[in-house]
Design a protein around this ligand. Structure first.
Ligand code: S3P
Length: 171
């Protein structure tokens, strides 16, 4: 059984996947980390030197590689992974348990505003323009995120509470 976690930047995918991995005694793969190891570059460096289209191509290639391993894992996606290259259909070929970690615009902004430089898609957006940018971006991406089989609201919840909710939904 592979479990996939998806959601916008700063929705808690990485933290939740780590704790879920411990709770279920399953290995965790973070797709962004996997890409960074394979490409020997940070995500920010890939965006900077090769551009977003190259990144999306590699993201699809490595997603396929991980899913084809056919081992039981918890897979934490990048925020944009579900929205490109028919990736949600590919994911649904390999797993039935996909969890959308749904986080409000307000909460996302408060989490990303001090670490924009690490995030290539928002690093050049001013603090003033951030709410509109994230609002539009989430609206566009929602159609893909909603294809997940489960929806877990993360606002005002601890990582432990989110993991408990996911475990319940798995039973
Ligand atoms: C992206 C989100 C990032 C990373 C890349 C693109 C996106 O992952 O894959 O910067 O398109 O939303 P996180 O959601 O883990 O920050």
């Amino acid at each position: 059984m592979t479990i996939v976690l998806l959601g916008y930047m700063a929705s808690g995918k990485t933290a939740v996947s780590k704790l879920l991995g411990t709770a279920l005694e399953m290995p965790v793969i973070d797709l962004d980390n996997y890409i960074e190891q394979k490409e020997e570059k940070t995500i920010a460096e890939i965006f900077e030197t090769q551009g977003e289209i190259y990144f999306r191509m590699k993201e699809h290639q490595y997603l396929k590689e991980v899913l084809e391993m056919q081992t039981d894992i918890i897979l934490s996606l990048g925020g944009g992974t579900p929205c490109y290259a028919n990736n949600m259909n590919l994911i649904h070929e390999y797993t039935i348990d996909t969890f959308y970690l749904q986080t409000s615009i307000k909460e996302i902004i408060s989490r990303v505003k001090d670490e924009k430089s690490k995030r290539p898609l928002i690093r050049n957006i001013s603090d003033e323009d951030l709410p509109e940018f994230i609002g539009k971006h989430l609206f566009e991406r929602n159609v893909f995120y909603q294809q997940a089989t489960h929806n877990v609201v993360t606002d005002c919840k601890t990582v432990e509470e989110i993991v408990a909710e996911i475990k319940k939904l798995l039973n």
